[in-house]
Design a protein around this ligand. Structure first.
Ligand code: ASP
Length: 305
């Protein structure tokens, strides 16, 4: 029987577990939590798509907890020789991997892998589906500024269709009682995305009106069919966030972005570097969120599945 504890998606995480992880993330950042020891545990990062922040912070998080870490990049592994992901993962397990942190371009890959392994599987981003640790660090960032998520107006702006961050964020924010608006061109924000528990609008001014939090998203060229965006110039004019548009947000509103940022496309540089920007704080929270998740999967006190 597979007894491992995984972290796969916001959609499959209970509110109780989410709140416990959020509390642990915040306690670790305050230096108040007893830092769990993962000494003697092996964590493998298996990233089959590019990553800067997520991979580095998972590695740092695992090391901070005392675990041994092996990074497998596709160019250095037998995946390029045609070995299946499951075979690779089973071989890693045979060497004693306790947790496998997976990023894959195909949605659902970590969830399909998890029941087939004894190791814990942690989703570091699967296709357009979910990026649950990003949502956890985003919740922690918001709480650091707003002290609550319930009742906040949160606008998620840009290429929602291709964004796993948008899906995880929208689910997490809605689960915690925020009012979520999704905004972007109709080709990138179809009405069906309202199923995430959010309001869909194609008017950026409406989306920003009174918003307490704005999450700007990267235009995901690598996942787009041609024709969804007429030109970068048109996109910027319709849905790029600049200082003039920012005036519609609520006093004290914060600007977030999961990175990498396309300055001058989805958000202007003066905003990305301005006092409203918490983009680098998000990165800092990523370390504590990933520590909380790894500790919970490998050694944590049991909470509800
Ligand atoms: N870094 C985030 C992700 O991997 C956001 C992005 O790439 O646009 O999903």
């Amino acid at each position: 029987m597979n007894r491992a504890r995984h972290f796969l998606a916001v959609a499959s995480t209970s509110r109780a577990r989410w709140l416990a992880l959020l509390e642990q993330t915040r306690a670790l950042a305050r230096g108040e939590a007893h830092v769990p020891s993962l000494r003697g545990h092996n964590v493998v990062t298996l990233f089959l798509e590019p990553s800067t922040r997520t991979r580095a912070s998972f590695e740092l998080a695992a090391r901070r907890l005392g675990a041994d870490v092996v990074d497998l990049s596709p160019s250095s592994s037998s995946l390029v020789k045609g070995e299946s992901l499951l075979d690779t993962a089973r071989n890693l397990e045979a060497m004693g991997a306790d947790a496998i942190v997976v990023r894959h371009r195909v949605s659902g890959t970590p969830t399909r892998l998890a029941p087939l392994l004894r190791a814990s599987v942690v989703n570091a981003g699967d296709g357009t589906n979910e990026h649950p640790t990003q949502a956890l660090l985003d919740c922690a960032t918001i709480l650091a500024h707003k002290e609550r998520i319930e009742g906040l107006r949160i606008a998620i702006v840009g290429d929602v269709l291709h964004s796993r961050v948008a899906r995880s964020d929208a689910r997490a924010f809605a689960m915690l009682g925020a009012h979520v608006r999704l905004c972007g061109p109709p080709s990138l924000v179809p009405e069906a995305l309202g199923a995430l528990g959010a309001e869909v609008t194609h008017d950026l001014d409406c989306a920003l009106e009174g918003a307490d939090v704005v999450v700007a998203l990267r235009l995901q060229h690598e996942r787009q069919q041609s024709g969804l965006v007429t030109s970068l110039r048109d996109y910027r004019m319709g849905w790029g966030i600049d200082a003039r548009r920012w005036r519609r947000t609520a006093p004290g509103a914060i600007l977030m972005h999961p990175g990498p940022v396309h300055r001058g496309v989805e958000v202007d540089s003066d905003l990305a570097d301005g006092p409203q920007s918490v983009i680098l704080e998000q990165v800092r929270w990523g370390l504590f969120a990933r520590m909380a998740v790894l500790a919970d999967c490998l050694d944590g006190t049991p909470t509800e599945a």
